[in-house]
Design a protein around this ligand. Sequence first.
Ligand code: HEM
Length: 425
Amino acid sequence: MDTKRLEEAANKKMTRRDALKLAGVGGIGLLLGAGGMKTFFPATSTAKQAPPAPSSVDGTIPFYGKHQSGITTPMQDFICMGAFDLTTTSIDDVRKLFQSWTSAAARLTEGKSVDDESENPHLPPVDTGESMGLGSMRMTITFGLGASFFDERFGLAGKRPAPLVDLPRFNSDEIRKEWSGGDIVVQVCANDPQVAFHALRNLARIARGKAVLHWLQDGFQRTSAADPSGSTPRNLMGFKDGSNNPQVSDAKVADEIVWAQTEDNPAWMAGGSYMVMRRIRMRIEVWDRSSLDDQESTFGRHRQSGAPLGKSGEFDELELDRKDSAGKPVIPATSHIALAHMEGKIKILRRGYSYSSGMDVKTGQLDAGLLFICFNRDPRKQFIPMQQKLASVDQLNEYITHVGSGLYACLPGANEGGYIGDKLF
Ligand code: HEM
């Protein structure tokens, strides 16, 4: 069976399994979220089964389609992500850049070189060559536009989507410009780090004369080779991270939580999504000195099993009202999960990676943490209220600092023959 068919089969299997699982927890409920947005998920519980195991480490994920890939796609092992600033002021150049990026990205995700090589040995090779023979490694390339893209330079100010706000300053933010913003973001995910780097490098090369890199960050999680069962990966604090993510293999759930809809405005964003990036540095040395009890009460989950405190299974239901014999909540009210759960009314799709970027030469401490990435249909109703709550009282704040930030409008997918952004330009 070829990889595309394997992937389709895997997707079909997931959907059927999810449907059965949802039916098993008491039916589907429609709840009204804080901002009036309807959220669609099981009425009694948000507890989920294990994320689906990827069908194989290699394989091609189609680039063209209604949605961009790399959003609801099951996570790959590595990320190489960069934001670009445009140096051109011509909208025609921007259009051409997206056309060239689209055809290059479609080839790269098929494991091909960026373009056909020229016959002329006196010219530099068209492709930089380091991914030759490595396959497509389930690579996805996802493009998004930052708020600065809609400033006065290209006459597009009137088209800035309302959900693409300037993120507010959150409590204890220490955001640095060099790790934030950018006119265009490019998220490359793949099951091989060299394949991911190669794609970003060649897209940067294509952009020469039109755009330059503003920031770049690599990230990782355990490889599929180390954990072929596809169980929930652990973050650098040693806890399973992603257990209670919404099941977006169910298209209805994805439409409610992730994809901008036609009625959301603007119409050209329908089928797209809003990506939040936060570079969150962990105070690893402080964390490593805290007791297991403290660590578990910080997250509200057991470290070994990933189960909510007081339970034994990772996907057991959260019972935030449960009290111990002394009348204290079993899951502390200021634990990360108690707060991030948002009473089950607001959800986001998290898709972050660990990062390790050497050390802080001034202190000798590790510069490592979480390259937090999440997707929402409207960040004003999802990420922002959630982060406002977390930033004010989350016990986790003792161990983390948000140092980079970005919000990007990830465009809808392109059809073959079209290009990413064609509905906007
Ligand atoms: C370094 C920073 C962070 C770390 C280490 C971290 C880690 C975790 C862990 C271990 C869990 C429990 C397992 C799970 O359900 O995935 C969790 C849950 C969650 N986190 Fe975080 N997280 C961080 C930052 C954030 C941020 C910035 C947000 C959003 C503003 C967020 C939103 C959530 C949500 C929505 C859940 C699921 C809550 C529920 O059970 O309903 N996290 N996180």
